[in-house]
Design a protein around this ligand. Structure first.
Ligand code: SF4
Length: 348
């Protein structure tokens, strides 16, 4: 996606230092509250993105109110997408955030169309809707209200504890539509978490958020992924993670090994060289050349290790590659029953 494709053409060039060639940006903002970051406010032409036909994803549409993500996970799949904006997939992805300030209004128009089929919409499959910018722009309440009022089921995948702000709104929305919520928590060693996910809330803060959502009546899934070869895949590490997840009231765990597609691999390997140079040759062997997935034998070995541990902790186990059957979502007790399919992860 290019800047021109997602914005209207009323740019104020004087307000766009360094971005004069990108039509459609309303203004670029820096503020002491978000030091080191620039928000590029745009007026989006569309809010809903169609998932390509033939995709194995159990949702047909996505919404991404932001492009780029201050959570800054070194392994983030979406880094390569920033290059479509003529920005880089490294530091620019973490600090140059595109904000679709009118996303809720555009969404409302799209959902009013007679052709809208009320298919499930996924939030958080490309960049995190509860990243730091959401504290400033507050786009999610409008999106949640708009989806619920139109009778459109939706899912949210996030690492952001800011979702707690919206729990009352989500509880209210769940009276009208099925809502599926997943929290991504992959690192249970605090030093590793700060190093590889430097912009995210702490692991404990995210676990506390799962508890708050479960207490509000949601059946919350935890993404235990990516699992990092030689760093987080030992029995002791996985067992420790699952014990902490189990204490939150989470319903199920979705696990998967590290995926390193083009656009993120070199960024990740720079981090590995800096933090764990002893693992470089092992990772080159696991992810040679353009290979994005760990070899099948490793993934099978990981499944044999992780699945029994998940069950031992009383949780339901899913692999990121599995297609999910439709199932009933747990909703606040006051909400009516509904059926929907939870999202297959695309990003975390
Ligand atoms: S993995 Fe998710 S939370 Fe982390 S940087 Fe990417 S979009 Fe943000």
């Amino acid at each position: 996606m290019r800047w021109q494709g997602q914005t209207i053409d009323d740019a104020d060039d004087a307000a766009l230092p360094g971005l004069e060639n990108r039509t459609g940006i309303v203004r670029s903002v820096t503020t002491p509250e978000f030091a080191g970051m620039t928000f590029h406010e745009v007026l989006a032409r569309s809010a809903l993105n169609k998932v390509p036909g033939g995709s194995r994803m159990p949702f047909s549409w996505t919404i991404n109110p932001y492009r780029g993500c201050s959570h800054a996970c070194v392994y983030c799949f979406a880094r390569g997408t920033h290059e479509y904006l003529d920005l880089d997939g490294g530091g620019d992805f973490d600090s140059q955030i595109v904000v679709k300030t009118n996303v809720a209004e555009v969404l409302a128009k799209e959902l009013r169309r007679g052709s809208w089929q009320h298919e499930s919409v996924a939030l958080g499959t490309n960049t995190d809707p509860y990243q730091r910018a959401e504290g400033r722009y507050k786009l999610m309440p409008g999106i949640i209200r708009t989806l619920a009022e139109s009778g459109t089921p939706f899912s949210i995948l996030t690492k952001g504890t800011l979702i707690r702000r919206d729990i009352p709104l989500l509880v209210e929305a769940a009276k009208s539509v099925p809502i599926d919520i997943q929290m991504s928590i992959a690192m249970y060693d605090d030093a590793l978490q700060r190093s590889i996910e430097p912009g995210t809330p702490s692991t404990q803060a995210r676990l506390d958020t799962v508890r708050a959502l479960a207490d509000a009546g949601f059946r919350v899934g935890v993404f235990l992924m990516p699992i990092l070869p030689h760093l987080t895949d030992s029995v002791a590490a996985v067992d420790h993670a699952l014990q902490r997840i189990g204490e939150t009231g989470a319903d199920h765990v979705i696990y998967g090994a590290l995926h390193l597609r083009a656009g993120v691999k070199s960024w990740f390997m720079q981090w590995l060289q800096r933090e764990h140079p002893e693992l470089i040759s092992s990772y080159r062997g696991l992810y040679p050349g353009a290979a994005a997935d760990a070899p099948k034998p490793y993934r099978q070995w990981l499944a044999k290790r992780v699945r029994p541990l998940i069950r031992a902790h009383g949780l339901d186990a899913r692999h990121s590659d599995e297609a999910y059957p439709a199932r009933r979502l747990t909703r606040p007790a006051s909400a009516r029953a509904a059926v929907a399919a939870p999202p297959v992860p695309t990003l975390f």
